[in-house]
Design a protein around this ligand. Sequence first.
Ligand code: FES
Length: 103
Amino acid sequence: MKTDSPFLELADDAPRVRVWFDGQPLDLPAGANLAAALLAAGVQVFRHTAVSGAPRAPFCMMGACFECLVEIGGRVQQACMLEVEEGMKIARPCAAEAGDAAL
Ligand code: FES
């Protein structure tokens, strides 16, 4: 699912591991920051807001904005606070689960 992305990988020769994003296979650099790796792979929308359904993607990359929420193993987590691991099954969270109602 490689698409044009404005983001470049610094270490293009890093070992890759297979992960799944909304059912699509992606080969990402092992141990890379998950949010950065997904952006570099061309993922542009990580979730949608509960109120308007507006698309959201990482903004701060340091755990402050919660725009990078994804669901992994049934838990909604900040992608920018995670490292890429083999076999991750990542999904866009339901907006209500992502806690948007409070925003
Ligand atoms: S990008 Fe802001 S919390 Fe992850």
